[in-house]
Design a protein around this ligand. Structure first.
Ligand SMILES: C[S@@+](CC[C@H](N)C(=O)[O-])C[C@H]1O[C@@H](n2cnc3c(N)ncnc32)[C@H](O)[C@@H]1O
Length: 407
């Protein structure tokens, strides 16, 4: 079948009209004509008949096999423009017209968090990323996205699979670059016993890991696996949320700082370990609210040990079930929210009913962001500024930060 690509889907597949309805085409770009066999409405291995002017040679040697990056065949300008368009279109679908001020894309080799999969094979061990839409694990020694410090730990992960992996299941290794080196949080390996503990502790020592945990149990933590947020050093619980690149975090924090400038009292909702709360505390008192008490304990310790910050209070609270109410919200000059993909529907409803005048919304899902933005506009807010931050280069993932003002 030969089809012409009209647009990209939200997972960056090309979308075309075929003789029997919509066809999704892997690794295709708008304007291209492609040929291939459609199975269940999808052409997985298309031949590009007429390439787009935006098509480039994918630079990574693993591009065809690895499922990690889905947009390496497109120019940087195309990817940035597409991500901005997805945000604009999600807003337009809710009747909101908005311009994207800029797209801040993290450079190559800056991703400081990644989850590798590891399994035993007949011949030995295999550690890598999943192939596209598949359980197959693909080795990625030439990955262009990750920080070199993470790549350097691949031998340690292979060794850990040898010690604690099985041929049935996979181990998920969540790697994070900390101030003290690389932390590894492994899940799905063999049950811990004294011999495995000793072998893993030895592995952590030889590979100089900052921290190693195995299904939640800390095996080695020779140095505090800290992160620096502004003037504070925080040691997050193993496997905690962290912005994917330091550059992306700096772009988000920089935009949030500008957008709340002048506020004396700020609430930071879905605060995590203090990515925003602690830098903002250089100029304002901050109340940090988050569902995970352990993350807040880390934030609080970081604040107490830092110099020159204003007061930071914290509260563990499920903001989906028990959002801050209008009389609580009215205590703040500005509120920052950074919810998970589901968005912050319940919290935004209360913000709409409050007297709050300044809100900064950080989002990793344009669709739920647009839903929340609609509720804010209906309550008299105006969407003032919108910045797209791309820390997941070459993936379909999109993040943004937006400021809303109510006069
Ligand atoms: C996208 S992360 C942002 C964290 C932090 N702002 C940062 O940039 O590092 C979302 C945060 O929301 C928290 N969270 C998820 N569901 C929640 C809920 N129902 N109530 C409160 N916090 C929640 C998660 O634990 C996570 O820390």
């Amino acid at each position: 079948m030969i089809v012409s690509i009209d647009r990209l889907s939200l997972i960056a597949d090309g979308v075309a009209r075929g003789p029997e309805g919509t066809v999704h085409v892997a690794m295709a770009l708008p304007g291209e004509t492609v040929e291939g066999e459609a199975v269940d409405g999808r052409i997985a291995a298309p031949r590009i008949v007429t390439p787009s002017v935006d098509r480039v040679k994918p630079p990574c040697p693993h591009y065809r096999a690895c499922g990690g990056c889905v947009l390496q065949h497109a120019s940087d300008g195309f990817v940035a423009g597409w991500k901005a368009d997805v945000v604009r279109q999600a807003l337009a679908a809710r009747g909101i017209e908005a311009g994207v001020e800029r797209v801040e894309t993290s450079p190559l080799a800056t991703r400081r968090r990644a989850t590798f999969s590891g399994r035993r094979t007949k011949k030995g061990t295999l550690v890598g990323f999943h192939a596209r839409a598949s359980d197959t694990v693909v080795e990625v020694p030439g990955c262009l996205i990750l920080r070199p410090e993470l790549m350097a730990k691949l031998p340690a992960l292979n060794e850990a699979v040898g010690l604690g992996g099985s041929r049935k299941g996979e181990i998920a290794f969540a790697l994070t670059l900390t101030d003290a080196g690389v932390e590894v949080a492994a899940k799905g390996g063999k049950a811990m016993d004294p011999a495995l503990f000793e072998a893993l502790a030895d592995l952590a020592r030889r590979h100089d890991l900052a921290r190693l945990s195995w299904d939640g149990e800390t095996v080695a933590a020779p140095r505090p696996a800290s992160q620096t947020f502004g003037k504070a050093r925080v040691t997050p619980p193993p496997g905690s949320f962290l912005q994917a690149t330091a550059e992306g975090e700096a772009a988000l924090v920089g935009a949030v700082r500008e957008m709340v400038a002048g506020a004396g009292r700020i609430a930071d909702l879905f605060a995590g370990c203090g990515t925003f709360a602690l830098p903002l505390a250089e100029a304002a008192e901050v109340h940090a609210v988050e569902g995970e008490a352990a993350m807040l304990a880390a934030l609080d310790k970081g604040w107490r040990e830092a110099q020159g910050l204003k007061r930071v209070t914290h509260e563990a609270r499920d903001l989906f079930r028990r959002p801050l109410l209008p009389d609580e919200i009215d205590r703040y000059d500005a509120v920052v929210i950074d919810p998970p993909r589901a968005g912050a529907e319940a919290q935004v409803r209360e913000i709409a009913a409050s007297k709050l005048r300044r809100l900064v919304h950080v989002s990793c899902n344009p669709v739920t962001f647009a839903r929340d933005a609609r509720a804010l506009l209906d309550a008299g807010f105006a969407l003032e500024r919108l910045v797209v931050v791309d820390q997941f280069r070459w993936s379909a993932h999109i993040e943004l930060v937006a400021s809303f003002i109510r006069h």
